[in-house]
Design a protein around this ligand. Structure first.
Ligand SMILES: [Zn+2]
Ligand SMILES: [Zn+2]
Length: 162
């Protein structure tokens, strides 16, 4: 009896299977699996959000990240569009637009050189008459224009030309 017990205790295979079957190791294994799943889901979310931010087909990349855990995100990282480039290009376009807007909207008063807006009727600093308002639609038009370009009204006769 005692010999049999001794033999069982020293059986190396029994020890290994005891360790593998221990509840502590099983819990550790389950925790590891849980961690991997959480990491995978986080990567799926990140891939989706990043693709959306960069104007990619975010739904498609989200699905790729779900179907191919980790590898999908890795592939996305390789082929994703560079954000900085598009962002700086967008800013450049915006700046050019603002500049053009500023150039067309802001003019100088011919009398006092104060900056006035292109649709001002008179200069707010020196009261210089800059434009007249149309007799029909009241939009600001140049002093020398005889017809309003907005509503085609002749400024003297008040007749609509078109
Ligand atoms: Zn002025
Ligand atoms: Zn008009």
């Amino acid at each position: 009896m005692s010999v049999a017990l001794l033999q069982q205790d020293t059986d190396p295979f029994q020890i290994i299977s005891d360790v593998l079957g221990s509840p502590l190791l099983r819990i550790a294994g389950q925790l590891l699996v849980l961690l991997v799943i959480v990491f995978w889901l986080a990567l799926v979310y990140w891939t989706y959000a990043d693709a959306q931010r960069r104007g990619s087909v975010s739904i498609l990349w989200g699905i790729v990240a779900v179907v191919f855990p980790f590898v999908g995100t890795l592939v996305y990282l390789i082929v994703r569009p560079p954000e900085m480039l598009s962002e700086s290009r967008e800013r450049e376009l915006e700046l050019a637009y603002l500049e053009r807007e500023l150039r067309t909207r802001v003019v100088l008063c011919p009398n006092c050189r104060n900056t006035v807006e292109s649709d001002f009727l008179l200069c707010p600093v020196c009261n210089w008459e800059l434009k007249k308002s149309c007799t029909n639609c009241e939009r600001p038009i140049n002093m020398e224009w005889e017809t309003c370009p907005y509503c085609s009204t002749d400024q003297r006769s008040g007749e609509k030309l078109i």
